[in-house]
Design a protein around this ligand. Structure first.
Ligand code: ACM
Ligand code: ZN
Length: 609
C-alpha cells in the first residue's frame, strides 16, 4: 500500500471514529456550549481522582466512585499528586453559582467550577458521556468505559428548576421519593416541591398535633374512576412521613444539591387537617373527614386567632425540618362560600375595612407571610395568592395559565411558570381514547417542549422575575411509582431542558435525537417512561360534511410513517405518508412508524364514524 493511500485510510478511520463519538454527545438538558475533539479518555483501574479539600467535593467524588464500583467493577482511588488518567475537580474563581467547565483529553478529565453544585452537574454530564451502563446498579461486563474528548461549558438558564409530587392523593414511600429525587438530580433540576397536605390526607408528622397523622392521614375510602363516578372502593387509605424520614429525605436531596420545597396548603385544601380540628373552620359544614374523592371542598380554615396560632405552630416545625428559603403555603382553590356565611369572617372584613372575601384571603396570606418572613424565610404560593392583592415578598407559582406569572413579574415579584395547559404531567400525553384514565387535557411531548416560559409581553426588566419552571405531578390517577414515571417521563425532560438550556440552545429536532439516546439511560435505571414518542399521532381536521382531512406525525426522528385506510395493519409496503390526505368518514386510518423493516412503536388507529 502506498503511503498516500495509507494516510487516506487512516483519515477515513478517524472520521468514522469522530462521527461515532459526535453521536455520543447527546446530553439532556442540552449544555450551553460543546466543542467535540478527537480521541477518548478511558476510565480504568489506573484512574485516580484529585479533589479540593472540601466535604462537598468528597461527596460528589463518592458518587462517581460508587457508580464505577457498581457498574464497572472498577475501584477508583483518590490521589494527592497528578498523574496520567486523572479526573481532577478544580475550584476556580469567577464562575456562576451552578456553572461548570469540563475538559476531556485522552489522559485527563478536568472539571472546573466555583461552587460544588457546578461540579455535581459536571458529573451528571460525565455520566451522559459514558456508556449508558454506568447507570446500572450491578456490574456490566465487556464495556469500554470511555468518554469522547471534548470541552463543555455549561450553566443554567433559570435558578429554579423544579419537579413537584403530590403525595396526598396517593402516597409514595421513602424509597420512591429518593428515586424521584435521583431522577431530578440526573437532569440538573434543583427543587423537589413536596405537596404534603391536602383534603384527602395530611402526610407530615407534626409533633405538637399528632392527630394530623393519626387521623388526618387516613381517608375511609377512595373514589373509583373520576371524582364524579359516585363509586367508592370501601378501603381505608393512608400514609405519612415521620419527621425522621423527612430529615433523611431532606439530607438525601441536599447531598444532590436539591432543595426540598415543602407545601402546607392554606386556607383551602385543608379538609384533612380540619377533620382533626373542626374548630379551625367556620363550622358551617355538615361533614369533617378526609376527602374520599378529588376536587375542591368548602371546608376551609376560618381566619381566627386560633387558626393562625395552629398554622404558626405547624410552620415552626416545618422551618425546623426544611432549610428551604422558600416555603409553599398553597393558596389555591379556596372556595369562599363559608366565609360569606360566617359571622366571624364577615366581622373581620368589616373591621379590617376589606372589600370582600378575596381581600380576606389576601389578609390571610399576608398574615402568614409576616410570620414566615419573621423567621427569615419567604413564601411561595399558587396563582390565587394574587387575589385581593399580593403579599409584599411573595413568589407566585403560575399554574392557572401564564397570567399569574405575568402579573407577578409586572409587579416585580418572582414567578415560577408551571401553567397547567403545558406543565401538568397528570394530563394525557398520548391519545386519550387508548390511555388509562388521566386528567383533562391532551398535552403531548412536543407541546411541553415548545412552551416558552418567558412571555414575550414582558419587558426585559420584567422577564428577570421569571425565576424558573416546574413540572407538576398530581397523583389522583397515579397509584404506583410506575404510573408516576409513565406520566412524568419523558415530558419532565422537556421541562428540564426549558429550565436549564438557554433559549437559543433549544431545538426540537435536536431534542428528539438526544432523547432517543437518553431513553437507553432511562432503561438502565428501569424508568417506566411513556413510549408514545414511537407512535404515530393521527389528527383529524374539519372538512366538508362527507370528508375528513387527516394528518399524521411522529416524534421519533428518521422514521417513515406508513398507513392504511382499509382496516388492515400497516406494513413496510403500505403507502408512505407524505402529506395530509382526505378520507371518507366510514374509513379507518391505521398508521405506524417504520425504520428499516421494524415498526418503531405500536400501530395507532382512528375511525371517524
Ligand atoms: C392546583 O393545581 N390546584 C394548584
Ligand atoms: Zn369563618
Amino acid at each position: 500500500m502506498n503511503s498516500k493511500r495509507r494516510i487516506l485510510i487512516v483519515f477515513c478511520c478517524l472520521c468514522i471514529v469522530c462521527s461515532a463519538y459526535a453521536q455520543q454527545i447527546n446530553i439532556i438538558p442540552q449544555p450551553l456550549k460543546i466543542v467535540e475533539q478527537k480521541g477518548i479518555f478511558e476510565f480504568n483501574d489506573r484512574t485516580r481522582l484529585r479533589l479540593p479539600d472540601d466535604e462537598d467535593y468528597r461527596r460528589i467524588a463518592g458518587f462517581l466512585i460508587k457508580s464505577f464500583q457498581q457498574a464497572a467493577g472498577i475501584s477508583i482511588g483518590i490521589a494527592s499528586k497528578s498523574s496520567s488518567n486523572d479526573v481532577e475537580f478544580k475550584k476556580v474563581k469567577g464562575m456562576g453559582p451552578e456553572a461548570y467547565k469540563l475538559i476531556v483529553t485522552p489522559d485527563r478529565i478536568t472539571i472546573m467550577s466555583t461552587y460544588p453544585n457546578g461540579a455535581f452537574y459536571a458529573l451528571q454530564t460525565i455520566y451522559q458521556l459514558l456508556p449508558e451502563y454506568i447507570y446500572r446498579p450491578e456490574k456490566k461486563e465487556g464495556v469500554k468505559w470511555v468518554v469522547p474528548c471534548c470541552e463543555i461549558e455549561d450553566s443554567p438558564r433559570f435558578s429554579y428548576r423544579g419537579m413537584h409530587l403530590d403525595v396526598c392523593s396517593h402516597f409514595f414511600d421513602v424509597d420512591y421519593i429518593k428515586r424521584y429525587i435521583d431522577l431530578i438530580a440526573m437532569h440538573k433540576q434543583n427543587v423537589f416541591h413536596w405537596h404534603l397536605t391536602e383534603d384527602q390526607g395530611w402526610r407530615l408528622e407534626i409533633k405538637k398535633y399528632p392527630q394530623l397523622t393519626e387521623k388526618g392521614s387516613i381517608r375511609k375510602e377512595t373514589v373509583i374512576g373520576t371524582l364524579a363516578s359516585g363509586v367508592y372502593d370501601g378501603t381505608p387509605y393512608g400514609g405519612y412521613y415521620t419527621q425522621e424520614q423527612v430529615r433523611e429525605i431532606v439530607k438525601y436531596a441536599g447531598d444532590r444539591f436539591i432543595t426540598v420545597l415543602p407545601e402546607i396548603e392554606m386556607p383551602g385544601h385543608a379538609l384533612a387537617a380540619i377533620s382533626c380540628f373542626p374548630e379551625l373552620s367556620c363550622g358551617l359544614e355538615d361533614k369533617y373527614e378526609p376527602a374520599t374523592r378529588w376536587g375542591v371542598f368548602p371546608q376551609v380554615y376560618c381566619p381566627k386567632e386560633t387558626t393562625f396560632a395552629f398554622l404558626e405552630d405547624i410552620l415552626s416545625e416545618v422551618f425546623d425540618l426544611f432549610p428551604s428559603p422558600l416555603i409553599h403555603i398553597g393558596g389555591d382553590e379556596c372556595p369562599k362560600q363559608s366565609w360569606k356565611k360566617c359571622a366571624h369572617c364577615q366581622d373581620m372584613i368589616k373591621k379590617l375595612g376589606l372589600k370582600d372575601e378575596f381581600e380576606l384571603q389576601s389578609y390571610f396570606i399576608q398574615r402568614i407571610e409576616k410570620f414566615v418572613n419573621s423567621k427569615g424565610r419567604q413564601i411561595i404560593g399558587w396563582d390565587e395568592i394574587l387575589q385581593g392583592g399580593l403579599a409584599p415578598n411573595a413568589t407566585v407559582m403560575s399554574w392557572l395559565g401564564e397570567e399569574g406569572g405575568i402579573k407577578a413579574a409586572m409587579q416585580h415579584h418572582d414567578a415560577v411558570m408551571c401553567p397547567h395547559q403545558k406543565y401538568y404531567l397528570d394530563y394525557y400525553q398520548a391519545d386519550p381514547s387508548t390511555e388509562k384514565l388521566a386528567m383533562g387535557h391532551y398535552v403531548p411531548l412536543k407541546e411541553v417542549y415548545d412552551y416558552n416560559p418567558v412571555p414575550d409581553t414582558l419587558t426585559a426588566e420584567e422577564k428577570k422575575y421569571i425565576t424558573g419552571v416546574q413540572g407538576c405531578v398530581w397523583t389522583e390517577y397515579m397509584k404506583t411509582p410506575e404510573r408516576v414515571e409513565y406520566m412524568a417521563y419523558p415530558r419532565a425532560l422537556a421541562i428540564c431542558e426549558a429550565g436549564w438550556s438557554h433559549a437559543e440552545n433549544k431545538n426540537w429536532d435536536s431534542f428528539t435525537h438526544r432523547l432517543e439516546k437518553h431513553f437507553v439511560r432511562l432503561d438502565e435505571k428501569k424508568v417506566n417512561y411513556c413510549r408514545a414518542f414511537y407512535d404515530v399521532e393521527i389528527k383529524v381536521g374539519k372538512d366538508g360534511p362527507y370528508s375528513k382531512v387527516v394528518s399524521l406525525s411522529i416524534d421519533a426522528p428518521d422514521t417513515e410513517i406508513r398507513y392504511t385506510t382499509d382496516g388492515s395493519e400497516p406494513t413496510l409496503s403500505s403507502p408512505l405518508y407524505k402529506m395530509p390526505f382526505v378520507i371518507n368518514p366510514s374509513e379507518t386510518v391505521k398508521a405506524g412508524g417504520f425504520r428499516g423493516s421494524a415498526c418503531t412503536g405500536k400501530i395507532t388507529s382512528k375511525g371517524f364514524n
